[in-house]
Design a protein around this ligand. Structure first.
Ligand code: CA
Length: 224
């Protein structure tokens, strides 16, 4: 009889442990559900460089900075999949907005990129890529985005007139466009780079490609 009582006790303890386990799983699961994207106003990308079909049903905006290591990583880890799967299939238009969280170098890189976009839109994305490629993998806080280095990078793209690019950087000729980007950053409440916004939905984790896919697929479904 005593033994029976003991095993009943054991059974009860096991039951409680199982219940706690289930409860824990539910809490974790509902926490996961909470990382849904934040709804913000749709980003106006009219004057932004855009890749893909003009009338694609979904617009993905990257708020990024040529000086930011995570943006370089995003460009290597997430961007190629996104382009293959969604931009080249006409489902997504991809736009880039400059963020100036790393001070003078961010500003200079943005002015240069806006200049290339204005004068040679056809090579903008190549220049954009070349700037990220040139970002050092180590000691990235040290100064590297200088006018000399930018001209050197531009030298790899014969379409770019280096004299005009140099003048644009010296005169901050495309500052108005950089200011437009700064306004978008403020309005959207961007606080980190990269920030990814899909049809006005700001992603919690820019590196969660599965979550990005889910939102894109949902947006495509909603449009049909
Ligand atoms: Ca811009």
């Amino acid at each position: 009889m005593k033994q029976n009582k003991n095993s009943n006790m054991k059974f009860a303890v096991v039951l409680i442990l199982v219940a706690v386990g289930i409860l824990g799983a539910v809490v974790i699961f509902s926490n996961k559900q909470e990382t849904l994207p934040t709804e913000i106003k749709k980003i106006d990308v009219t004057v932004q460089p855009s890749l893909g079909e003009k009338d694609a049903p979904v617009t993905v905006v990257e708020f990024g900075d040529f000086k930011c290591p995570s943006c370089k990583a995003w460009g290597e880890m997430i961007y190629p999949q996104l382009v293959d799967e969604y931009v080249e299939t006409g489902k997504v238009k991809f736009s880039f907005v400059n963020v100036l969280f790393h001070g003078k170098e961010s500003t200079l890189g943005s002015i240069a990129a806006e200049s290339v976009f204005k004068r040679n839109p056809g090579v903008y994305w190549d220049f954009h890529q070349a700037l990220f490629d040139a970002q050092p993998t180590e000691n990235h806080d040290a100064q590297w985005l200088t006018p000399e280095r930018i001209l050197e990078i531009a030298g790899g793209l014969p379409e770019i007139d280096q004299t005009l690019l140099k003048e644009d950087m010296e005169q901050e000729a495309t500052m108005d466009n950089v200011k437009i980007d700064e306004d978008l950053v403020r309005e959207a409440g961007v606080s980190m780079t990269p920030t990814i916004v899909i049809n006005g939905k700001m992603m919690e984790d820019p590196f969660d490609y599965e979550a990005i896919k889910t939102v894109i697929e949902q947006e495509i479904k909603d449009k049909n």
